[in-house]
Design a protein around this ligand. Structure first.
Ligand SMILES: [Cu+2]
Length: 152
């Protein structure tokens, strides 16, 4: 009887040691994942503080059913004009309902939401005409939200 009890105690010690080892190993793995995630998220969260070259801010307003681009000098257009090789920050919002700024050829896509400003950094090195479409079904005129982006 005593021998059985001693064996059970040994098993309990082994299980307890295994349990602690599992908890410690899992904690170390989670801590490692947290550290590498925070490093990655800092790049995503603070791109504006890490931009070392000058850039131009263009406000982009989506509405039913079109786009309006407002330049730093106060002028605006319904076609987006960019200079090749120049860095831009697009501050994108919506006047009415949810839209989405989508330029497949440039790999750009971000939501345009009323009351929020979503930021896209853009630098196009190849001159040409690109197409901006709305990628959010926003009403009966959604199909008409196609405009040009001219890069010269
Ligand atoms: Cu739309």
């Amino acid at each position: 009887m005593k021998r059985l009890s001693s064996s059970r105690t040994d098993h309990n010690k082994i299980f307890k040691a295994l349990e602690i080892a599992t908890i410690v190993a899992t904690s170390l793995i989670l801590a490692y994942l947290a550290i590498i995630s925070i490093e990655g998220l800092q790049v995503l969260w603070a791109p504006s503080t890490q931009v070392s070259e000058p850039y131009t801010v263009i406000k982009v307003e989506a509405y039913q059913f079109g786009w309006r681009f407002i330049y730093p000098n106060g002028s605006s257009s319904s076609t987006l004009y960019l200079e090749k090789g120049k860095l831009y920050r697009l501050d994108i919002t919506s006047r009415d309902v949810a839209h989405a700024f989508f330029v497949p050829e440039l790999g750009l896509k971000i939501d345009a939401i009323p009351g929020y400003i979503n930021t896209l950094w853009v630098k196009v090195d190849k001159p040409g005409k690109y197409t901006l479409v709305c990628a959010e079904l926003c009403g009966v005129g959604h199909y008409a939200m196609i405009v040009d982006i001219i890069v010269e």
